[in-house]
Design a protein around this ligand. Structure first.
Ligand code: ZN
Length: 456
């Protein structure tokens, strides 16, 4: 790595989130180019060449950057609606609004969603976009532009819906695509945008929306398509009791058995929610390496229930955290999901032996990296991995009396981000985004939100 510019961070606590959970009460980290070169206890070596920046991390904790595994950016424009509804009633209330989105709206919503997450320590984002009204423009390209502008790594999941009201689905017919059109557009999106190279800033996944908004044929064909193209598969699964009932009524089996019957379990698949899972469902996920995007705030907001995360982890199932769309998690932040994942899990049967603070941090970092199929490159601070990291300030009012830095980060108030790097490039400094102007993003999103609500 000689000749590459180096950034040194030292005098801070370090939580590497490596396989052994290595931590240093006071340690250092050296970034060379876009990669972590070294990490260890004590100060960094003094004789390093090409050091362009030396950061004194006193009073801070450095962790891997947070990895979001489930989101719907467009919902940034429809926050705070249907406040007291369960999933199905909430969807029925919101689909007619969402069906009016267009490219400028989606770009503004994506910028808002991404800026909010990046400011709070997210370095890898994902989006599951499945509403493609006719004539709305290139919505996926709008999201990709926004991710580039904000400067985070991105997995764009090209979603789809082909089961409208007239064929027993929940969305209105004018908000869905034909099966063939959805598959063709998805293949086109992968061919145009997916970058499988090392250090990639952009992956594309194949992502029909859910068992109750998609035909069996689309699920089957989407799985075949993704495997032919060598990309990952994503959908919603086992979110609510209403979905469970829908699957039993319609297919004579629960959501996991139904998804399995259409080719949707495997190490290349991750599903959002997975709240209502039997022991047999968990065994099937574990046996196939199917991943889970756990979205505790959204599950609480929509009264969906408590996912069995301690049981999933015990079974070896890959689990990451998800913000989910901001119409069901208005905060739009991932760092608060670390805390909420821990708190919600302790309301379940495992009580105080459910998640620890360190397990929560692992879910939000390496767990998410596994779920997105990128654990070899991101999710922990180890030599050779991409330099996606966050330096959290823990000596301020919110945290200075919590001795354990990981507990301070997870259990305390949202910690200010002093510095975040994506591939060695600074994205946040002293709590401010360097890449986009927050106030401009907020103003534009508000204007587009009003346009959408007026059009609906
Ligand atoms: Zn979702």
């Amino acid at each position: 790595m000689s000749g590459q510019k180096r950034i040194v961070i030292e005098n801070c606590a370090v939580a590497t989130v490596d396989a052994d959970g290595t931590e240093h009460a006071s340690g250092h980290l050296v970034v060379a180019g876009d990669r972590v070169e070294s990490v260890g206890p004590g100060p960094a070596p003094r004789d390093l060449a090409d050091v362009v920046r030396r950061v004194d991390g006193t009073g801070h904790l450095v962790t891997p950057g947070l990895v979001n595994t489930h989101h719907h950016f467009y919902q940034w424009l429809t926050r705070g609606l249907a406040q007291n509804a369960n999933l199905f009633d909430w969807l029925v209330a919101l689909y007619p609004v969402w069906a009016r989105i267009d490219e400028p709206m989606v770009e503004a919503a994506a910028q808002g969603s991404l800026a909010m997450m990046a400011r709070g320590g997210v370095t890898t984002a994902m989006d599951h976009h499945y509403v493609f009204p006719r004539g709305a423009g290139d919505l996926l390209a709008a999201e990709i532009r926004a991710a580039r502008a904000v400067g985070v790594r991105f997995t764009a999941a090209r979603g789809s819906m082909d089961r409208g009201e007239s064929t027993g689905g929940l969305p209105p017919d004018f908000a869905v695509e034909s099966t063939d059109a959805a598959l063709a557009a998805t293949e086109e999106a992968v061919r145009t945008h997916h970058d499988p190279s090392p250090g990639s800033m952009l992956h594309v996944a194949v992502a029909p929306c859910s068992p109750f908004s998609v035909s069996t044929e689309l699920l089957r064909e989407a799985a075949t398509l993704a495997r032919r193209l060598g990309v990952r598969l994503h959908t919603h699964g086992s979110e609510t009791v209403e979905e469970e009932r829908f699957c039993h009524d319609r297919f004579g089996m629960g959501p996991t058995a139904y998804l399995e019957s259409t080719g949707w379990l495997g190490p290349d698949v991750w599903m959002a929610h997975c709240v209502h899972m039997t022991d047999a469902d968990l065994s099937a996920f574990a046996a196939t390496g199917t991943g889970v995007a756990h979205c505790p705030s959204s599950n609480a907001r929509l009264a969906a229930g408590i996912a069995r995360v301690p049981d999933m982890l015990a079974a070896g199932i890959p689990v990451g955290l998800g913000v989910d769309g901001t119409a069901s998690n208005e905060s739009g932040e991932l760092h608060t999901e670390l805390r909420n994942a821990l708190l919600v899990s302790r309301l379940g049967p495992h009580r105080e032996r459910a998640l620890t603070a360190r397990q929560a941090l692992r879910l939000g970092t390496l767990g998410g990296a596994r779920v997105l199929g990128r654990a070899d490159e991101i999710g922990s601070l180890e030599p050779g991995k991409l330099a996606d990291l966050v330096l959290w300030r823990l000596d301020g009012l919110g945290h200075s009396t919590i001795e354990d830095p990981v507990a301070a980060l997870v259990l305390g108030a949202p910690a200010p981000v002093t510095l975040s790097l994506v591939g060695g490039v600074p994205v946040v400094e002293d709590g401010r985004l360097l890449t986009v102007d927050e106030d401009t993003v907020a103003r534009t999103a508000r204007a587009q939100s009003r346009r959408l609500l007026a059009a609906a």
